[in-house]
Design a protein around this ligand. Sequence first.
Ligand code: G4P
Length: 526
Amino acid sequence: MSQYSEEIERRRTFAIISHPDAGKTTLTEKLLLFGGAIHVAGAVKSNKIKKTATSDWMEIEKQRGISVATSVMAFDYSDHKINILDTPGHQDFAEDTFRTLTAVDSVIIVIDIAKGVEAQTRKLMEVCRMRKTPVIVFVNKMDRDGKDPFDLLDEIEEELQIKVRPLSWPIDMGQRFRGVYNIFEQKLNLYTPSKQYVTENVEFKDITSPDLEAYIDPTQAAKLREDIELIEGVYPEFDVNTYLDGDIAPVFFGSALNNFGVKELLDCFIRIAPSPRPIQAVERVVDPNEDNFTGFIFKIHANMDPNHRSCIAFVKICSGRFERNANYKHVRFGKVMRFSSPTAFMAQKKEVVDEAFAGDIVGLPDTGNFKIGDTLTSGEDLHFKGLPSFSPEMFKYIENADPMKAKQLNKGIEQLMDEGVAQLFTNQYNGRKIIGTVGQLQFEVIQYRLLHEYAAHCKWEPISLYKACWIESDNQQALENFKKRKAQYMALDREGRDVYLADSGYVLMMAQQDFPDIKFHFTSEF
Ligand code: G4P
């Protein structure tokens, strides 16, 4: 325990994730309404570039501006300090989302009742599983017709590979949707389709009581009794520890658009979701309640104004208290830094703060000192891990299109890579630089930003690659042999680690077979 424990215990730092269009933005907005952080619906601009997969660059610029404002949304609710970390909806920015997930203590997954589990949700859940992040599922759009709720639960268990436990249960759906029975609180929440009003709550401990028919029609009452009986028979009693361990996901049903079931979700969330949790650093486990401040950079956001090449580095505070103007150690540089205008994000407004606690996110204005994964401490040499790069999916050679601006180009590339926009590999055979991304959009982002922020012109040249694998071996000789045999395909990443660039799945498979002493990793952290 520390002098800050009370502050730290009341924090809930989480992200809402979903496949685009499932209702993440709408749900976020309703949560902010409950927190009094906004007062009218429609105030949250969605941070998504989702309508088309192809890029309309100006649209992306606009979105980038919005996404700074909505990067972290903090508000107080019922004695708790809630920090919602926003994640980009567009799949080309999946890497950003992965990194954001390293800074949260829990996650709410939104699933569309009609669409069920979709591709992006599956991918993001993999990251949660890897990190054992506690997950709550919100099944949205119950005002529309969709899948049978039991079938959907089976689908979630199968597709997301996590056990579920419904804590509320829908009474019909679509046009006939009447509300939910809140199993967690034993209340009947009745649905009034309205975007502005909170729903009616009736204490209802015993749904076998004939009083139920006073609220919902007899066929629906009979079905609800039957469903609840089945749930109690099939699913284990809810145990909060199984949720905290990441083994079981509680499930709620509702309609974010109609503000239905959202308050119930939030009320349960603040009760069961974890406060900041201990974090494993390379050297030791860091407990949030330690007095000394520690934190790491999980996101860097470039300034919208091309004339000021400054960024905001987002720090997740892992332990203790962060203070404005205090001396902190930038571990990678081994140098002391002070921050005179750290910002926090309350009620969608960015403001300078004097202090912040474990669980909070602060934004530090930066002019190129930070890169993703950097650690700040009160003095200790600590390194937080868990911010791996994943093998990119797309690769291109990057070339200088203006020989007079080579320096600018190199500087621009370095800084954009520090921000985590994409990954850079240098081919050891021909010395050429290769940029690897998750999606096509990043190439356009890079080209545009190099031009507008660094006055550098780049051009892309095709290269046909399948994956980048980080390789290692206990057998030095085998490693050397491999590197010699694959000389044309060997590259170094920015940390100087060996990376093998496989040009097809088949070639990779053969390499794995032919070189049993070599370990091939698909993430940079192993
Ligand atoms: P996202 O951030 O996950 O991408 O989803 P978003 O909240 O933007 O919601 C996607 C669409 O689904 C929006 O409609 C939104 O109004 C709708 N929606 C969200 N929750 C519900 C719900 O509970 N019921 C129903 N019926 N619809 C819901 P849109 O037409 O794409 O956008 P808009 O023009 O309404 O903003």
